[in-house]
Design a binder for this molecule. Sequence first.
Ligand SMILES: [Zn+2]
Length: 411
Amino acid sequence: MICRPSDNNPAPRRWCLLLFIAALSLCVSAAAGRAYAAPRAVVKEIRHWSNPSYTRVVISLDRKAAYAPHLLKKDPKINKPWRRLYIDIKGARLGPGIHRAIHIDDGLLKKARAGQYDRDTVRVVLDTESIEDYKIFPLSDPFRIVIDVTGGKGALPAAGRASTAKKPVPSTEGASLREQLGLKVRTIVIDAGHGGRDPGAVGKRGLKEKTVTLKIARMLKARLKKDLDAKIILTRKTDVYIPLEERTAIANSRDADLFISIHINSSPRRAASGVETYILNISNNDEAKRVAARENATSTRSASDLEYILSDLIKTVNNNDSARLAESVHGRLVSSLKSRYSKIRSNGVKGAPFYVLVGTKMPSILVEASFISNPREERRLRDQRYLRTVVDGIAEGVIRYIKQINDQGVV
Ligand SMILES: [Zn+2]
């Protein structure tokens, strides 16, 4: 309808005015509705992994939201024998189909409950039985809040040496070297990077990082089994997607003594080549930050934010054991490759904020075993003999590290 004001006929002018007011009010109410609905983040899922001394709870949201943890002491008025840890997530609502009560009952946490506390606040309550400490931190892309709870009974050890110290160590008299080493390090978790819908880096000729890491992880398991009387656990045995925080949770909840995450590097510079080994740390190196951002599937900005948020957590972690493991594995990996191949480059042991290493309770490293973006190394990574040489180097480094702590009587 076109309104043409006419002095001769005032009726259309009134119509126009009425229509204009109606349209304006519709626009205002629509805008107000959008403004009200848009900022609320949706709590989509709550997952957990646990054992009697450790539980990781992960709250997944569809966007970033502010949160605040609160630890309540046991309230005598509430006739229940547990304390409560609750997290208020601001500007959030519960998504449809979310499980509001998750029974955990691992001796540490009884259950996790999620509720809409008020219109803008989702409250997640963890009913605990023997909580000793907890850590909470965010991961991004997608946004999630990770809560690591450690318990009083058989509290989680700070490092592998402590975890083995609490276990009764039988006499090693008459035991083979293989058995002796297995007594010092009983469980090793090997993490094959990426998988499923996450291919990792892809080479110019189509080789996928996820395929190579799985091959290396499987071969490394078999190789370590030969030399160590230890349990070797793979975070994935097939081509499946596993979130980074779940990989860490597997290692912690299985009481692993060592954690080794296997990756293949990639760079926009095709000439970039060689191997490098990482531990969790703050990084001053742009290249290391770039590697961490790629492996975290996030931006370098998010990696820097994580460094800032985790700086206290990272600083307090006892990284000495991880650094010794990294030096040992890196040294043997480089010498193993150099003994059989030319143009092998060592890029050294470095620190960077890798999500998959955050919160690990045992010596933990991430190995970038060659560059898939380098044509020569992509070709080599297709060759079983090259992978065997990589695996031999990593395995020798792990065994040398265990022998070192054995000889020094650390455990
Ligand atoms: Zn990777």
